[in-house]
Design a protein around this ligand. Sequence first.
Ligand SMILES: Nc1nc2c(ncn2[C@@H]2O[C@H](COP(=O)(O)OP(=O)(O)OP(=O)(O)O)[C@@H](O)[C@H]2O)c(=O)[nH]1
Ligand SMILES: [Mg+2]
Length: 417
Amino acid sequence: MEKEAQRIKEQLEKELNEKLEIALFGQSGAGKSSIINKIIGEKVAQTGVETNKTLTAKKYEKDGLIFIDLPGYGTKEFKGDRYIDEFGLENVDLFLYVVNASAKLSEDDVDLFNELKRMNKTVIIIVNKTDQLWEDGVSLEELKKRKTVDIAKQLGLSYEVDSEMLTSNSALLALGAMIGTTLFNNSLAGMGLAALISNLTKNKTDENNYANEKKENELKNYGIMIIFTSCKDNSGFDELYEAIELNLDNAKREKFARRAKILSEKVLNQKREVGKDIVDKYSWLAAGNALNPIPGVNVAVDLGILLRMFNEIKEMYGLDDEELKKIETIVEVSNPILASMIKNVLEWSTKEGLMLLLKNVATKVAVVNTAKYIPILGTMVAAGAGYGIAQYAGNEYLDKCHQIAKTFLEENIKYEK
Ligand SMILES: Nc1nc2c(ncn2[C@@H]2O[C@H](COP(=O)(O)OP(=O)(O)OP(=O)(O)O)[C@@H](O)[C@H]2O)c(=O)[nH]1
Ligand SMILES: [Mg+2]
């Protein structure tokens, strides 16, 4: 058990130190800065001012989730290796090629796209401003389809558009050279992102793992995803999040899932899954570190570990103490249930408040969980209780944060700085 706790501790450290770099390029006004602001959940990047002509990249970071807002690949003197080196693109994990839905691709951006593909980099194409796609008598689906075909042609890629893509804001293209070979044989191309993802993630049993991994790699190497978004109405961001996560390894995927702003119910629910994972990991740590006795009950836990766990959960939901305090006062009368949940979350993340919560639950948990965990933990009753308490308190905290974030989303309460 000590070993397991040590392993988890190392994993937690790794996750905390993990960096994910996402770089955006594309014509001025396509919406690169707007997309960064959406995903970070704060207005960190200036929008509506042309910055594409500058020769510097801007970096924005949210706890290890780093966005690089690239300048144009335009001038002759500033292309190729010089550009790649200048902005450290070799180390970037993922590229977002942002295209204005109502404009042609620029040759320079196509050059950069090809350069990046030569480097085996993953590039996701975002067709932004889809709210502006309109033509008399032509459906939005048809316009998206035309756009996909058009982009594929301009990039020299093969394509297949199916009906699924039309509703899911996404399409999959294949690199020209791969037509008729790997991708198509595995019927991945043209599958539509939603179907593709469920195909890759379902039946993740041991026998299927290898095949799925192979498909995932093929996708990374040869498949180009197109995602249709609008910063105006938030459409396409679920698919964009999925596409980003599908193209990252586990640690970086977790980093994105934790840090990305909640823009939909779907992302909100995904946060809960990540949250459960956080609770599990910290529970193992808490099992091995019974430092602080809880007065009145015969158990001890490490309060520091629990506070760190709470903090991570709170941050994952993008909840900030100062903002929460402000909102608590505002909704005190109009929404007392929300106000009281906020009060709990704020209180429990202090040592004194946590102690009160633990005193409340420790008796129950100790009784239930010593019996339950003794088979795993041998005779370490106190340690077993530590695990159980962390589970109980963690899930309680997770639930409150989730309900708060859900209310914010549903009632469109702005809590960004
Ligand atoms: N209607 C609509 N407008 C958008 C959308 N996304 C961005 N905009 C607007 O388009 C303008 C340009 O957006 P930016 O995010 O500044 O574009 P950019 O790609 O960062 O441009 P540069 O910094 O010059 O390279 C701003 O006025 C945005 O508000 C969208 O999806 N729909
Ligand atoms: Mg910009």
